[in-house]
Write a protein that binds this ligand. Structure first.
Ligand code: SAM
Length: 245
């Protein structure tokens, strides 16, 4: 099996597709401030729908957006909220949603796919004035990462540290309500099920074994270099003026 097929097989049934947890989603929602029941939230790059589920359980009307149909099927089933999760297949860079229609825009581990700066600009328009954007993104936590960490993250040329992420948000016209690094347990929430799927692969052929080893190496890198990079969450209120375009 080629590397892409191995990737999708490993990722077909994971509870989540990025570091995170229900506890973190709830904590970030608290930091977003009080929202009325039935407030409108959009979860962009929702994956299998864990964050959409937590937001729905908190009483929000959630629209979950992704491009990958198998994830959307799972997100559609998400939740025991008052309102069902509405699922939309759309490109995060061209969302078919009205300007100013969201009280809350949410995106865990997905904004980098269109570029965080572009996401900050584009998704701001979805928010009503005073609405809140919560996103998580990979960040450097050292000024001098090892060669191994740099090599792994080389594909993410825009990766920054938390102060630079916060500065970019301010420059785009957001007030920064909170920023935090996700705990190690949130990495385990993503990597432990992935490690189990790798270990459970029955009798891989040579090409498959190489792809599985690559996936395993990502997990091992994090174990060895946890002090060099992390996942940060920022909670941002749409301010009055967009400063950069
Ligand atoms: C790293 S995963 C994070 C998923 C989810 N937020 C989570 O934490 O489990 C990124 C998600 O973005 C989706 N995605 C990739 N490109 C996209 C695009 N252009 N528009 C919408 N979603 C996209 C992927 O299908 C995937 O579900």
């Amino acid at each position: 099996m080629d590397a892409a097929a191995v990737f999708w097989a490993l990722h077909s049934d994971l509870p989540r597709e990025a570091p995170g947890s229900a506890a973190t989603t709830r904590a970030l929602l608290d930091l977003a401030g009080p929202l009325p029941p039935g407030a409108r939230a959009v979860d962009i790059g929702c994956g299998p729908g864990r964050s959409a589920e937590v937001l729905a359980e908190a009483g929000l009307r959630v629209t979950a957006v992704d491009l990958h149909e198998p994830f959307l099927r799972r997100a559609r089933r998400a939740g025991t909220g008052t309102f069902p999760v509405a699922v939309v297949r759309a490109d995060m860079a061209a969302l078919p949603l009205r300007e100013g229609s969201a009280d809350l825009v949410w995106s865990e581990g997905a904004a980098y796919l269109m570029g965080v700066d572009a996401a900050l600009r584009s998704w701001r328009r979805l928010l009503r004035p005073g609405g809140v954007l919560v996103l998580t993104d990979a960040v450097w936590t050292t000024a001098a990462p090892s060669a191994a960490a740099r090599a792994f993250w080389a594909a993410y040329a825009g990766m920054r540290d938390v102060p630079a992420l916060v500065a970019a948000a301010r420059a785009t016209g957001y007030d920064v309500l909170a920023e935090r690094l996700l705990p190690d347990s949130d990495w385990a929430g993503y990597y432990d099920p992935l490690a189990a799927a790798i270990a459970a692969w029955p009798d891989p052929d040579e090409e498959t074994a190489v792809a599985l080893a690559g996936a395993r190496a990502e997990i091992d890198l994090r174990r060895a270099h946890a002090d060099e990079y992390g996942y940060a969450a920022v909670v941002l209120r749409r301010g009055g003026q967009q400063v950069t375009r």
